[in-house]
Design a protein around this ligand. Structure first.
Ligand SMILES: Nc1nc2c(c(=O)[nH]1)N[C@@H](CN(C=O)c1ccc(C(=O)N[C@@H](CCC(=O)O)C(=O)O)cc1)CN2
Ligand SMILES: [Mg+2]
Length: 356
């Protein structure tokens, strides 16, 4: 029996082995699980044979999950923001202002910054950009942030992440005025998010977008078992904090978690933000669970014009047959990130002008 690769495409990773499918499951860098899943695909295996195998997992054949359309919701939110900004402009004569600091020449970061600028233009937020070279010093970045901190026409400041290796992310994020911290990454905002009875001024955009999707699709969170996969400062950790603020019972899975699939199988809601293509298989999911997939992972695809396509952390083809609702990738959580940034920037400007 030979299989040595960690496969990234859940449809292509199935190795027919007699009537059994053999898979390797990989979590983060450190844990490799080995399981045998037996799916009753067409004439390969009869229901009786499947029932006799202890590791049997019956995969329904048709997609049944509702698709949570982040692209559509993000558009609705942009429309709402556009109308609020035009009212604010009428009342106080001011448009909100957002400053974006981009260091270095990562292609993906440049595209995100470009998309943020376009989104600002659409809703009536005035955006400014500072593009600093890859080899700039920490002092240069801090100086740039300090100028925006003092500028009254700027209500939100964000530093596009990740930063080049030589820069100290903590020092740089700490330098953003907490009142303009529309990314919600300042330690005071994160600290308040973690404390009962305290309110952060801003909540990080991607986790906020995940919760907003649940709200707008009337998916209840209170009392539910939620599992967050990944514990990054940008997504996993604040997502877990937000879910517990909504009265979910929250578990966090990370690269050292043993038997993660046993934990996810208990979850009513899964938020996955781990950056491992198709890691969460159908067999990890409780029937009827809600799946919010934050992963945006490029996988090779010779049929695609770009030579790759984007997939999530969750194997969509399997999950959509088991979950009750699921976000696609692309078009799920991604567009909500920028919509929430616009929303945080508007909130900041409204606070300055006492506009409700
Ligand atoms: N300062 C920040 N840095 C980063 C953040 C952030 O919120 N603040 N998040 C990510 C990048 N990001 C925004 O900055 C971002 C990522 C993805 C998308 C998005 O819409 N993705 C699309 C797919 C896009 C494609 O086709 O390539 C989708 O999922 O549908 C928006 C924003 C890291 N850095
Ligand atoms: Mg998405």
């Amino acid at each position: 029996m030979m299989a040595s690769t960690i496969f990234n495409d859940c449809s292509s990773c199935i190795l027919p082995f007699n009537k059994i499918q053999l898979r390797f499951l990989h979590l983060g860098r450190s844990v490799v699980h080995f399981r045998i899943n037996v799916y009753p695909i067409k004439p390969c295996i009869t229901p009786t044979q499947a029932a006799s195998l202890t590791t049997t997992f019956a995969m329904p054949s048709e997609p049944s999950a509702k698709v949570i359309d982040g692209k559509l919701v993000a558009k609705q939110i942009r429309d709402e923001i556009t109308s609020e900004i035009s009212k604010m402009k009428e009342a106080v004569g001011i448009n909100p202002g957002l400053a974006v600091v981009l260091v270095g020449d990562r292609k993906d970061s440049a595209i995100y910054v470009q998309n943020k600028k376009k989104a600002c233009d659409t809703v009536g937020i005035i955006s400014r950009e500072s593009l600093l070279p890859e080899d700039c010093t920490e002092e240069e970045v801090l100086k740039c942030i300090s100028e925006y901190n003092k500028d009254p026409s700027i209500h939100g400041i964000l530093v596009q992440l990740p930063l080049p290796q030589h820069l100290n992310e903590e020092n740089i994020l700490n330098a953003v005025n907490i009142d303009k911290d529309v990314d919600g990454f300042h330690p005071l905002n994160i600290g308040r998010l973690a404390m009962r009875g305290r309110e952060p001024l801003f909540v990080p955009c991607t986790p906020k977008g995940c919760i907003e999707l649940l709200h707008r699709y009337n998916i209840s969170i209170k009392g539910k078992r939620a599992v967050v996969i990944g514990r990054s400062n940008i997504v996993g950790m604040p997502a877990a904090l937000l879910l517990q603020r909504e009265d979910a019972t929250v578990s966090i899975i990370h690269s050292r978690t043993e038997n993660p699939e046993e934990i996810t199988r208990e979850a009513d809601i899964i938020i996955s933000a781990v950056g491992q293509p198709n890691m969460v298989r159908g067999s990890w999911i409780k029937p009827g669970a809600v799946i919010i997939d934050v992963g945006i992972n490029p996988v090779e695809d010779s049929k695609s014009r770009r030579g790759y396509r984007l997939v999530g952390d969750v194997c969509y083809e399997e999950a959509c047959k088991i979950a009750s609702a699921i976000t696609p990738v692309p078009g799920g959580v991604g567009p909500m990130t920028i919509a929430m940034l616009l929303s945080n920037t508007l909130t900041s400007a409204k606070r300055v002008y006492n506009f409700v």
